[in-house]
Design a protein around this ligand. Sequence first.
Ligand code: PLP
Length: 225
Amino acid sequence: MIAEALSGIRQELPGGVRLVAVSKYHPSSAILEAYEAGQRLFGESHAQELQAKRGQLPGDIEWHFIGHLQTNKVKYIAPYVSLIHAVDTPRLLEEISRQALRHGRRIPCLLELKVAREATKYGFQPEECDEYLSSGLWRRLEGARICGVMCMASLTQDEGQIASEFEAARGFFLRARERYFQGSDSFRECSWGMSDDYRIALQHGATLVRVGSRIFGQRDYTAGK
Ligand SMILES: *Cc1c(COP(=O)(O)O)cnc(C)c1O
């Protein structure tokens, strides 16, 4: 089932778009099943859970951290995480840089934008994010590299609303690239789209889609990890 779901989604992805298989709350056995079907890129949103699973799974898996990341958890994932999707404060970016440098790394990061209509706890307001970029402070962080933006759309059936939120993020990305990342090839990722809205995301500039339940089924939040 996992293999079929994966291949169905992969067939829908235009060239250059990558699928992050979101495996949070699913056991390592499910991840292994996806791995055996060729998937190498997985997303997790809890540092301890990721830590435990990584130890049980093949070493060539690329792990993305997709959820809210507390600054005191950065150290656990800094040695190996290949992209942090949801950087929502300058302080978090600074800590990522600090921890990355301890391992001689520079960790790719995305800035999380608040574009949804509902009040969400995390993310930068677009104006706030633009202010931070224009401050240039991030340029001194040698252990973190800003590679693009990430967002989550409103939880709604209104596809027009979702599309307009992805477009807002896309517009932000394009302007930021023009203003702050001229001549840089690494600022290129747009992370949006989940199980229920990745098709819309694909029409609005996504380069990374984060799909969980459509691949692995419903998450069981009560089961032990
Ligand atoms: C859980 C999660 C997803 C995947 O959600 P599904 O609806 O299961 O596809 C994507 N992005 C983030 C940030 C998540 O926390």
